[in-house]
Design a protein around this ligand. Structure first.
Ligand code: ZN
Length: 266
């Protein structure tokens, strides 16, 4: 029995060491799952949401959101753009929320359009969500969860390797919807403001967006408010990134990136 325990611990450590990666900002990460596994899970969850949550039938809304998504995705490095089949869906739901799942599946709740009041503010949200995907944040959360769960189980005397496999699956299932931690949120803010600028959107608008968001955040905070430092800290940190972001936006404009997505409200 003791032997089994040691083997499990050793193989977990082996797995973790083998799966050490770095985020786009050079932060060390433990990612246990393959990109294609995460993408498959993201897509499955997305298809389920498309069946269960009503989808907006407002063509103005849909084409506006699609337009912003296209600009954001087109600003990605070719390797990032080609990594997934990017897709966006506008859900008919009051909540001011948005998400992007592993595999490049983006969801926007149309309640968000009352808070993100122009193309640049919507781009700020979308770029932040896309940044979570590019930085493998769900994989990282799932992996942390698996290590924690497996560690607990090992302490309760775990022997069979198929149990370990089940635990890993369990962790991966949770990973898709686990909340991001503060480090990941800050990372998505940094990557997000640069990505929106690369697409030619106005980075200053990200600050106005988060101000709007703070003004409406109620009892159930959306993804992008849940685990973040205080609004003041976030805004101060975005402010400090503005000069760099404007430089990138200038480059984007020089290469002809002038997004012009309009939304005619009904
Ligand atoms: Zn976030």
């Amino acid at each position: 029995m003791f032997q089994h325990l040691r083997l499990t611990a050793v193989s977990l450590i082996g797995l973790a060491v083998a799966a050490c990666a770095t985020s786009p900002l050079d932060r060390r990460q433990v990612v246990l799952y393959s990109d294609s596994d995460m993408a498959r899970q993201g897509e499955a969850a997305y298809r389920q949401m498309q069946e269960e949550i009503p989808i907006s039938s407002d063509a103005n809304q849909t084409s506006f959101v699609q337009c912003v998504a296209d600009h954001v995705v087109n600003a990605l490095q070719e390797s990032e753009r080609g990594r997934y089949s990017w897709e966006v869906t506008v859900f008919d739901a009051d909540q001011a929320n948005a998400f992007a799942l592993p595999g490049g599946k983006i969801g926007v709740y149309n309640g968000l359009l009352d808070v993100a009041v122009n193309q640049d503010q919507l781009a700020a949200v979308m770029a932040h969500e896309v940044a979570h995907v590019l930085a493998n944040h769900s994989n990282e959360r799932a992996s942390q969860s698996t290590i924690r769960t497996a560690g607990l189980a090992a302490a309760r005397i775990l022997g069979a390797s198929d149990t370990a496999v089940e635990l890993i699956d369990y962790g991966a299932n949770l990973g898709i919807f686990l909340p991001f931690n503060r480090t990941q949120e800050s990372e998505a803010d940094v990557l997000g403001i640069m990505l929106m600028a690369d697409a030619g959107f106005d980075p200053q608008q990200s600050i106005l967006l988060w101000e709007n968001m703070n003004a409406v955040s109620s009892e159930r905070p959306p993804e992008f408010l849940s685990t973040h430092p205080s609004p003041e800290t976030r805004i101060a940190s975005l402010q400090s990134m503005l000069p760099g972001a404007y430089e990138r936006r200038e480059e984007a404009r020089l290469s002809g990136r002038y997004p012009d997505c309009t939304y005619v409200r009904r």
